[in-house]
Design a binder for this molecule. Structure first.
Ligand code: AMP
Ligand code: ZN
Length: 493
């Protein structure tokens, strides 16, 4: 029986502002869409935080036995500067500045994105669609919206008619904004663009002569609006109505608000049951952001090559740091915070290493099943990873007490303790036991050092048969010895 049958999961739904019991549309199956990166520059750690939070959510739901279809797109066109409807496409701007083909820009930063995510031990999503690979679907939806009377065509562009939509529906259900407030706060003046009203947003934009990324459409050559891309890609793979849609909180308005309006206008149905928004990662008290330059990228944090932090931090320490805060809280990236996470991470890994050599007893002094359920309860409560980490520390403490003969567990309980720590640390939080890898590397190097010493002794005794045998058999095992004036070293292949 899948684990989820015994668990009640609650998710904070941004649409209702409440934690709700999670019930998938189809039992045992979950469709989840997360807005992916716009690939015009290297991802920064703020982007990584959002994607990592969804990686943990994906991991946990999969761990519970759900069949999750996780779709995370690549935005490779249509995202204009300042997330606006006017201005240059972020990717073609970069291509212009660096004298590259737009596709070179897309390729370069998609590769960077994947490298970063692999280094940080992300699971790949089930489907990673690109916006430019789904233009036909976008054009189809735009036609449906026009046919239903919620969009209009002007000079080769198509705009969503927010005012018309608001007569029968509510533009603002997600972001809790009122159209009147949007009208009052609008900086765009009437008549500045082709729009009937400044609140309308582009579904399709006519490409001017400078625009190099353009495609044919029933309305002429142009390119899609950013919001319609996600509507097309999410509903193509997850259906017109699916379970979870995620992204950073900054995408709530206008991006996600408009996705809802588009789906309702095209198909008469709100697309998503649970909207999940992650909060922002900050650096120096300010949101980490590409546009302001207040960023550190993952390579800089991993290599220590930056001006913000005292040292390099490993991939698992970065994951552990992220897990120590709720995805809904603002998180400050600080040296002290990272150092504390590094300590905590090592404490947990050392306890897991120690658990391998613990002996079972005839009685248990601790209720492991109850503790295990607390770990599930933490994650069931809107993926509360910091509480989970607190429980994992409790498990680590218990291991140290058993080692010091201050507590005991039966073989069955000991096993359950170990499995739970493994499941949550590695499968759910996606940590890697870097301490164990180090220690096996240390052990190998210790063993080879002994053989090098024996070979040196054999040479001194003029027992060249033995010294050659040691060298040759090590080489066969993939370990090459290298003699130099400073001594003998080895490399592995
Ligand atoms: P972008 O490539 O700018 O479209 O952003 C990709 C994702 O990263 C979106 O879901 C954003 O909401 C998210 N994001 C951007 N900045 C931050 C930040 N400082 N903290 C957390 N998430 C962020
Ligand atoms: Zn999106």
């Amino acid at each position: 029986m899948p684990l989820y049958k015994d668990q009640i999961i609650k998710i904070y739904n941004s649409l209702t502002g409440e934690k709700e019991v999670f019930k998938p549309i189809t039992e045992g199956n979950i469709g989840m869409y997360v807005c992916g990166p716009t690939v015009y520059s290297n991802v920064h750690l703020g982007n990584v935080r959002t994607f990592m939070s969804f990686d943990v959510i994906f991991r946990y739901l999969t761990h519970l036995g759900f069949k999750v279809r996780y779709v995370r797109n690549i935005t490779d066109a249509g995202h204009l500067e300042n997330d606006a409807d006017e201005g240059e496409d972020k990717i073609s701007k970069k291509a212009r500045l660096e004298q590259l083909e737009p596709m070179e820009v897309v390729q370069r930063y998609t590769v960077d994105f994947h490298n970063v995510l692999n280094t940080l031990n992300f699971l790949p999503p089930s489907i990673e669609p690109t916006a430019t690979g789904h233009l036909i679907e976008q054009i189809e939806i735009i036609k449906m919206i026009i046919d239903n009377g919620f969009a209009y065509v002007v000079n080769g562009s198509v705009y969503f008619d927010v005012h018309k939509y608001n007569e029968t529906h509510e533009y603002g259900v997600l972001s809790k904004r009122k159209l009147e407030d949007l009208i009052n706060n609008s900086r765009e003046l009437q008549g500045q663009s082709d729009k009937k009203n400044p609140q309308d947003f582009a579904l399709w934009k006519k490409a001017d002569s400078r625009h190099i990324m353009k495609w044919p459409s029933p309305w002429g050559d142009g390119f899609p609006g950013w919001h319609i891309e996600c509507t097309a890609m999410s509903t193509k793979y997850l259906g017109e109505h699916f379970d979870i849609h995620g992204g950073g909180i900054d995408l709530k308005f206008p991006h996600h608000e408009s996705e809802i309006a588009q789906n309702v206008a095209a198909r008469g149905i709100a697309p998503v049951n649970y909207w999940v928004h992650t909060n922002m990662l900050q650096l120096n008290g300010q949101r980490m952001s590409k546009s302001t330059g207040n960023t550190v990228n993952p390579h800089e944090l991993l290599s220590g090559n930056n001006t913000f932090f005292s040292k390099a931090y490993s991939p698992s320490v970065i994951r552990f740091f992220n897990a120590q805060s709720s995805y809904r809280s603002i998180l400050d990236l600080t040296d002290d915070g990272l150092k504390a996470s590094e300590k905590g991470y090592h404490r947990l890994m050392e306890a897991i290493n120690t658990s391998d050599s613990l002996k079972a007893s005839s009685t248990s002094t601790f209720n492991v099943s109850e503790w295990r359920q607390k770990c599930y309860d933490a994650m069931n409560d809107d993926f509360n990873s910091p509480i989970l980490v607190a429980h994992l520390f409790e498990g680590a403490k218990l291991i140290n007490q058993i080692k010091d003969n201050k507590a005991s567990l039966t073989a069955e309980d000991l096993n359950l303790l170990k499995t739970t720590l493994h499941d949550f640390s590695f499968e759910v939080l996606g940590l890697v036991n870097e301490t164990k890898e180090d220690s096996s590397a240390d052990k190998l190097s210790g063993a080879v050092d002994i053989l090098i010493k024996m070979r040196n002794e054999a040479r001194q005794n003029k027992d060249f048969a033995l010294s050659d045998k040691i060298r040759d058999e090590l080489a066969e095992a993939g370990i090459q010895l290298k003699d130099s004036r400073e001594g003998t070293t080895f490399t592995t292949n």
